[in-house]
Design a protein around this ligand. Structure first.
Ligand SMILES: [Zn+2]
Length: 279
């Protein structure tokens, strides 16, 4: 009997010893798991660091040179929205109908861009002020609008634009760089003309939707705009050409309604945009 008890005790001792070993093993496994976890964290952190580096490099590269001017037309734009945008532009004004055009634009929460002639601005300076006050963009279209004068030389082209630019600055304190060449940049704005304008930091805008409102004075221009908008397949912003004329005003609401009903945001041009130019 005595012997049996001894053996039993011995057995118990062995079992205890085994348990201890098992515990030790468990500890080792836990420690190993912690090491693995730490390693995964390190890898994740490294990935994030790399990402941050890449991100922080880009804005620095894209930062445009800062310019001083009196007042910037490049207002703080809302973050880029995904959606349809159209840029309505009006040439040859201002005009007696300017205030009614502005009223309609306001009604549809639309912004637009006006390329204006200096003598007309002298006749309607209040219209120019209202455009700026109401958040539209102002640009220039020259002085004479006569091919034989404005395109006589690169100097006369730039001179007409500068005269109109100065008028806007004097009247509204806005220094614009946006210009539209009378009859568009083709065929008159050849390389020397373009170089002269570039030197003055002018930004030349053509268009890609021609309303032909100057010709279709009975309102048929509305369908021109709608058809061209539907067929538009270029990878550039939609730029609609219209004019500040009574016959254009008479049917303008249809255009504004079309764009609104079809989910377009009507925005003013921004000097940071890459201009659409005839190729
Ligand atoms: Zn014109």
């Amino acid at each position: 009997m005595q012997r049996h008890e001894e053996e039993l005790d011995k057995h118990k001792d062995e079992v205890e010893k085994h348990k201890d070993e098992l515990d030790k093993h468990k500890e080792d496994i836990e420690k190993h798991e912690q090491d693995v976890e730490q390693h995964q964290k390190d890898v994740e952190k490294q990935k994030e660091d790399t990402k941050e580096e890449q991100n922080s490099e880009q804005p620095a590269k894209e930062k445009p040179p800062v310019e001083k001017p009196t007042k910037e037309q490049t207002k703080d734009q809302a973050p880029v929205k995904v959606g349809k945008v159209v840029y309505l532009t009006f040439d040859d004004g201002p005009h007696a109908v300017s205030k009614d055009i502005l009223k309609l634009l306001k009604k549809y929460n639309a912004k637009a861009t006006f390329f204006m002639l200096e003598p007309n601005m002298r006749n309607y300076p209040d219209a120019v002020k209202s455009m700026v006050k109401e958040g539209h963009t102002v640009g220039v279209h020259g002085v004479t609008h006569e091919v034989s004068k404005v395109y006589r030389s690169p100097a006369s082209f730039v001179g007409e634009m500068n005269k109109a630019i100065d008028f806007i600055q004097k009247t509204t304190n806005v220094k614009t760089h946006l210009i539209r060449a009378p009859y568009g940049s083709k065929p008159y704005v050849t390389a020397p003309f373009k170089a002269a304008a570039d030197k003055e930091k002018m930004i030349l805008w053509d268009w890609n939707i021609d309303s032909t409102d100057w010709k279709l004075t009975n309102g048929a221009y509305v369908n021109q705009v709608i058809q061209q908008t539907k067929q538009f397949n270029k990878k550039e912003p939609l730029i609609v050409l219209m004019h500040e004329k009574p016959t254009t005003l008479a049917n303008l609401e249809k255009i504004l309604k079309y764009y609104k009903d079809n989910g377009y945001e009507m925005k003013a041009l921004d000097e940071k945009m890459t201009p659409v130019q005839f190729k």
